[in-house]
Every structure is written in structure tokens, then in C-alpha cells.
Design a protein around this ligand. Structure first.
Ligand code: KG4
Length: 359
């Protein structure tokens, strides 16, 4: 009798401890040139380790074959560090979430294979995550228990990165719809390609941002695209920028050096105006006043200021993620995985990565 009671209470204790610990997800991200692993417990981030790849710098862009090799070298130490920093052991994990796509296939394969192997070794569920949804879900990461600044549904998310420029209608954690997107280059590409033309390093976005702070945004005017609906286009801007420089360099070979800061400020202003125009239209048409930004370009100071100014002027509520969660990271994969976990939305061991796919 006494033994049974003791056993019963031990069982309750063990379950209580489990519940108290919450759902612990290991996230793995390897879609492009950053290898990242993160651990979150419920919505709280316990670690977020990112290994950047410097091998691409000398090529002025990401070389896919080099990226996948670097992922192979990085993945084991990065996952190890993420668990260590979180103070979590492998057997405390509830599930493993990984980026299935879109991205570079060779890179995605490294994270996908690793996640499959580990989930089968630990006998825990595997969760495939869409990289674009993960960028949106970054808004639900908590850095501390008091943090409750997440957006309310439905909201619009402007996702701007090196590979994407989209306006996403977010209806719930697991229900999103792309209502507008670029028909050619992404906003980040426009930053990077134009930066390259004026002799800045790769990626040029952050450099343009830095120089633009000291320049006059109204000095030069570049053409803006005419695209239907909420779609974007940035390839015309790149060409217009290029021709403008070519014409001016004929007159003055030192034109770029003399005007670098004004060129950056004017270019940045044009990109931001294009982005904000469609976002404003979508917000008005749909009557959605809650707006979020995500992706690498949302680190841009000018864009952050423009969004805040817009919010004050038009009484919108805006959400800008913390700097560390704007670029590719595994914490956003883990949080997206967490909400799929709550939905019991798992995948099997035969799941394959995809290079291209919408949300
Ligand atoms: O989301 P992300 O890290 O990954 C890719 O999709 O590749 O975005 C990277 C992009 C690059 O094009 C980079 O130039 C741009 O984000 N970016 C910026 C800034 N920081 C990163 N663009 C403008 N201003 C910034 N401060």
C-alpha cells in the first residue's frame, strides 16, 4: 500500500517537472550561408548560435558549393554550442525543427539530413519549417518572460531580405498568404547590386545604410516601377542607377567618389519609398492596422525610421524585430516549429528539402 502511494506520487512529480520544463525545441537553419542552431523552451529563446561563412566575401556573393561544404563543417559544433549555451541536454528536447526551404538545395540538405539523423537517434518528432514563415514568426520569440510585444492577428508582414520582398497577410500562427511579391529582384539584391557598382563590399546593404546617414536623400532621383497590385519590382531601379552613373562618369570620372554618401542616401530613399507605398496601400485596402517587418533588410535604419514615422502619421501599430532575429537565424525556425508542435504538425523521415516554394 505505502509503496504504491509513494510510486503514485513520484509519477505525479515526474509529470509535473516535465510540464514545468515546457516544450523544448532545437531549431536548425542552413538555407543560405549561415549555419545556425537555437534552443527555445515554449516561446523563450535559450540560445541562438550563428556561424557566418566568410569564404564568400572574395566572390562578392554566395557560392552554393562552398556554402554547403561550410555547413557540413559548422553544423556539429554549432548544434553542440546551442545546447551547451542553453544548458539543455539532448534528451530534454521535445522535437527538432529545421528549415526545409526555400533556399540553396545543397545548403538545405545539410541541415535537413542532420535534423533527420538526430531526431531518429533521439526518437523525437521532426518538424519541417518554411524559411519565409520562420522570418514572420521571429516576432513571437521571447527574450525574457516579461516580453509580450507580439503582433495581434491578422497583421501584415513586410518580408524584405536578400532573396525575397513580399507582403504577407498573417491570419494565424500557421496560416499565411502572400498578397504581393517581387516580380524580379528582391530589395536586398537592389541594395547589394547597386552597392557593388559604387565599389562597396558584399553584402552592400549595411554599407549603404551606414553611408546614407551622412548623405542627402533628395540629391538624386531614380525611377520607380509601375507594377500592379501589391507586387514589387527592383530590377528597373538597378538599371536606372547604373545608367545614371555611366552618364555622370562620362562627365566626371570622380563622380562616384564625390557623391558616394548622397548616392547611398538617394538609393536607400527610393527603395524605402517603393516598399512603403505598397505596404500602405495594402494596409488601407484591407483595413489592417497592425504591421510587422522581417528579413535582413529590416535591419536598415532608414526603413526602421520610415516605418515608425508611418505608424505615427497613420496610427498603425508596428513591430520591428530585434536586430539578431532579422537576418537568418535558427531561433525563428525553432519558434515556427514550436507552433507546429502545438498543432501536432510533424513530418516523416522521408521529407526532402525544396529550393523554391511559396508560403
Ligand atoms: O534575410 P537575410 O539575412 O538573408 C537573405 O535573404 O540573404 O538578408 C540579407 C540581405 C542582404 O541583401 C543585405 O544587404 C541586406 O539584407 N541587409 C541590409 C541591411 N542589413 C542587411 N540592407 C540594407 N540595410 C541594412 N542595414
Amino acid at each position: 500500500g505505502e509503496r504504491a502511494v509513494y510510486f503514485f506520487f513520484s509519477l505525479i512529480f515526474v509529470f509535473a517537472m516535465r510540464n514545468e520544463k515546457g516544450i523544448t525545441i532545437l531549431g536548425i537553419e542552413s538555407s543560405c550561408d549561415d549555419t545556425s542552431a537555437a534552443v527555445i523552451r515554449d516561446r523563450l529563446v535559450l540560445s541562438n548560435v550563428i556561424a557566418n561563412q566568410s569564404v564568400h566575401e572574395r566572390y562578392g556573393g554566395v557560392v552554393p558549393e562552398l556554402a554547403s561544404r561550410a555547413h557540413q563543417q559548422n553544423i556539429v559544433p554549432v548544434v553542440h554550442d546551442a545546447l551547451k549555451q542553453a544548458g539543455v541536454s539532448k534528451d530534454e528536447l521535445s522535437a527538432i525543427a529545421f528549415t526545409r526551404g526555400p533556399g540553396l538545395l545543397g545548403s538545405l540538405l545539410v541541415g535537413t539530413s542532420f535534423a533527420k539523423g538526430l531526431s531518429s537517434a533521439l526518437n523525437i518528432p521532426l518538424i519541417d519549417v518554411n524559411h519565409l514563415q520562420a522570418h514572420v514568426m521571429a516576432h513571437f520569440i521571447k527574450e525574457n518572460e516579461e516580453d509580450d510585444s507580439q503582433p495581434d492577428f491578422p497583421f501584415l508582414c513586410l518580408l524584405v531580405s536578400g532573396g525575397n520582398s513580399q507582403i504577407i497577410l498573417v491570419k494565424s500562427y500557421n496560416d499565411m498568404e502572400i498578397i504581393g511579391q517581387t516580380i524580379d529582384d528582391a530589395a536586398g539584391e537592389a541594395f547589394d547590386k547597386c552597392a557593388k557598382v559604387i565599389g562597396l563590399g558584399y553584402p552592400g546593404g549595411p554599407e549603404v545604410d551606414r553611408l546614407a546617414k551622412r548623405g542627402n536623400p533628395k540629391k538624386f532621383v531614380f525611377s520607380k516601377p509601375q507594377v500592379a497590385g501589391y507586387d514589387y519590382s527592383f530590377s528597373g531601379l538597378k538599371t536606372s542607377f547604373l545608367y545614371f552613373l555611366r552618364d555622370n562618369l562620362k562627365e566626371d570620372p570622380a563622380f562616384i567618389e564625390k557623391n558616394r554618401e548622397d548616392l547611398c542616401a538617394s538609393l536607400q530613399k527610393t527603395i524605402i519609398d517603393i516598399l512603403m507605398d505598397k505596404l500602405h496601400r495594402a494596409s488601407n485596402d484591407l483595413g489592417i492596422k497592425e504591421i510587422a517587418v522581417a528579413g535582413g533588410v529590416s535591419a536598415n535604419t532608414g526603413l526602421r525610421n520610415a516605418i515608425e514615422k508611418y505608424a505615427r502619421r497613420y496610427r498603425r501599430k508596428v513591430h520591428i524585430p530585434k536586430f539578431s532575429y532579422t537576418t537568418d537565424n535558427a531561433a525563428m525556425v525553432a519558434i515556427a516549429g514550436y507552433f507546429k508542435y502545438l498543432d501536432n504538425d510533424f513530418c516523416g523521415p522521408d521529407v526532402a528539402p525544396y529550393a523554391r516554394v511559396a508560403i
